[in-house]
Design a protein around this ligand. Structure first.
Ligand SMILES: [Zn+2]
Ligand SMILES: [Zn+2]
Length: 415
C-alpha cells in the first residue's frame, strides 16, 4: 500500500492509516528530523536522504546527535561555571574594599569596622603610652623632690609639674606614636591581608608586624631605636625553652665586660646608671682597665682614692701590677663579705624607688578600673613586683661583686 505521506511503499517508517491528526503529527516529526539533519550536515541532506536511510543509520544518527547534545551541554556547563566563578570573584573584590569602613571581614574578631578598629587601637595605645611616660616622669620628679629638704616640696605643683622641671612631653608623644602607630598599623594591615587572601595565616601576622615595626622611626634617638629593636629581638628568644635565660646571661656578660673594659661602647646614661648602682668606684674601674690592658696604671689617681677613703697610704699596687687587690677595690673594709653585703644593701636603697615608680604607674594607668575597685590590692601587687625587681638587681650586684672578690683571692693576674 502506498503511503500518503512519503508516496513510497518501502518507507521504513510504518505507514499509518491516515487520520488527519495523525498525518499532521507525523509530518511535523519528519520536518523536525529533517531540519535537525540539515543543521548537523550543513543542509546537504534533504528529505530524500531521510527517506532513503535505514533504521540502523537513523539509530546511529540519533546516537551521534545525543553525543553532540551532551557535548554541547557539557560545554555550556563549563561556561556557566566560569561565569559564576567570575561573578564571585568580582563580588569578593568588591567586598574586599567596600566594607572597609562599614563592616568587618568574617575572620575579624573585632566588633567595629576594620578602619574603626585600627583607628581605635591607635588612639588607645597612644593615650596609654603617653600617660605611662608622663606618669613615670611625674613620680620620678616627686621622688627627687622628696629627697631634698623640705621633703614636702613635691606638693608644690610648680616644682613638680612646671614646664622647666618636667621635660617629658615630646618624649611622651614619641612613645605614644611608637606604640599607637604599631598597634594601629598592625591591625589595619592584618585586616587588609585577611580581606586580600581570605585567610588568617601566620604569614599575615608576620607581614603586618614587620611593616608596623617601622613605627619605631617615631623615636628620634638612633641609640634608643637600636636598644628597642634589640629588646624586641630578645623577645624572640622566649620562644625556646630557657632561651631567655641563656640570652640574658650572654647579654650580661657582654655588658659587664663593656662596663669595665670598653665603657665608651655603652650609652652614656646606661653606663652612668651601672657605675652609680654598682659598688666599684670610677678610679678602681680605671685602674683595673689599665692593668688588664697592660699599658701602665695611673697609681696616683688610685692612691688618692684609697687615701681619701681610709686616710692611709695605698700599698700593694705599682705601675704594672698584674691585678688590683681587694684592698684597693674596697679600701673602706678589709672584709669582702662585709663589702658585698653593703653593696647589696646600697643597691636596694638606690633602685627600689625607681622600680616602684616603674611598676606603680603602669599598674594604675593600664588597670585604672581594677585600681579603683581594689586600690590596696593593686598597690600591693605593684609593690610585690617592685620588690622582686629590686631583689633581682641587688642579688646581681652582690653576686657580681662576690665573683670579683673570689677571683682576687684565687688568681694573681687579672684578665
Ligand atoms: Zn578587620
Ligand atoms: Zn673583696
Amino acid at each position: 500500500m502506498q503511503c500518503p505521506v512519503t508516496d513510497k511503499r518501502e518507507d521504513p517508517l510504518p505507514c499509518h492509516r491516515p487520520t488527519t491528526a495523525a498525518a499532521a503529527d507525523e509530518l511535523r516529526i519528519r520536518r523536525i528530523l529533517n531540519s535537525t539533519l540539515e543543521n548537523s550536515n550543513g543542509g546537504s541532506l534533504g528529505p530524500l536522504v531521510l527517506n532513503s536511510i535505514s533504521v540502523e543509520e537513523r539509530a546511529a544518527r540519533a546516537t551521534y546527535e545525543k553525543a553532540e547534545a551532551e557535548k554541547r551541554h557539557l560545554e555550556a556547563e563549563v561556561r556557566l561555571r566560569e561565569a559564576i566563578a567570575k561573578l564571585h570573584k568580582n563580588q569578593k573584590k568588591k567586598a574586599t574594599y567596600s566594607t572597609l569602613f562599614s563592616g568587618r571581614h568574617p575572620l575579624c574578631q573585632h566588633g567595629d569596622s576594620c578602619v574603626a578598629d585600627s583607628v581605635g587601637s591607635l588612639c588607645q595605645s597612644f593615650m596609654l603610652a603617653y600617660n605611662v611616660r608622663v606618669g613615670i616622669g611625674v613620680l620620678l620628679r616627686a621622688f627627687k623632690l622628696a629627697r631634698k629638704r623640705p621633703y614636702y616640696s613635691f606638693l608644690d605643683l610648680k616644682l613638680l609639674l612646671g614646664e622647666n622641671n618636667l621635660i617629658v612631653r615630646e618624649e611622651a608623644c614619641r612613645t605614644g606614636l611608637l606604640f599607637g602607630g604599631f598597634t594601629g598599623c598592625f591591625h589595619a594591615i592584618r585586616c587588609f591581608l585577611r580581606r586580600k587572601s581570605g585567610t588568617d595565616s601566620p604569614l599575615n601576622v608576620f607581614l603586618a608586624g614587620g611593616v608596623a615595626g617601622l613605627s619605631i622611626l617615631a623615636l628620634d634617638d638612633s641609640q634608643r631605636r637600636r636598644t628597642f629593636a634589640l629588646y624586641l629581638l630578645a623577645r624572640v628568644a622566649d620562644q625556646w625553652q630557657h632561651g631567655d635565660t641563656l640570652l640574658f646571661a650572654l647579654a650580661c656578660a657582654q655588658i659587664m665586660y663593656a662596663y669595665v673594659m670598653r665603657p665608651e661602647t655603652l650609652p652614656d646614661s646606661y653606663n652612668e646608671f651601672i657605675v652609680k648602682t654598682g659598688p666599684i668606684a670610677r678610679p678602681v674601674l680605671k685602674a683595673v682597665r689599665e692593668s688588664c690592658k697592660g699599658g701602665g696604671i695611673d697609681v696616683a689617681s688610685l692612691a688618692a682614692f684609697v687615701t681619701n677613703k681610709t686616710g692611709l697610704p695605698m700599698f700593694g699596687v705599682h705601675d704594672h701590677s698584674p691585678i688590683i687587690p681587694s684592698s684597693a677595690v674596697h679600701p673602706d673594709t678589709a672584709s669582702c663579705l662585709a663589702h658585698n653585703t653593703r653593696a647589696t644593701r646600697a643597691t636596694v636603697k638606690k633602685t627600689f624607688p625607681l622600680y616602684l615608680s616603674l611598676t606603680v604607674v603602669p599598674f594604675v594607668v593600664l588597670n585604672i578600673q581594677k585600681f579603683m575597685e581594689a586600690p590596696i590590692h593593686t598597690f600591693w601587687n605593684a609593690q610585690k613586683s617592685a620588690v622582686r625587681s629590686t631583689s633581682f638587681l641587688s642579688a646581681f650586684v652582690g653576686v657580681y661583686q662576690g665573683v670579683i672578690c673570689v677571683q682576687r683571692k684565687l688568681v694573681t693576674k687579672d684578665q
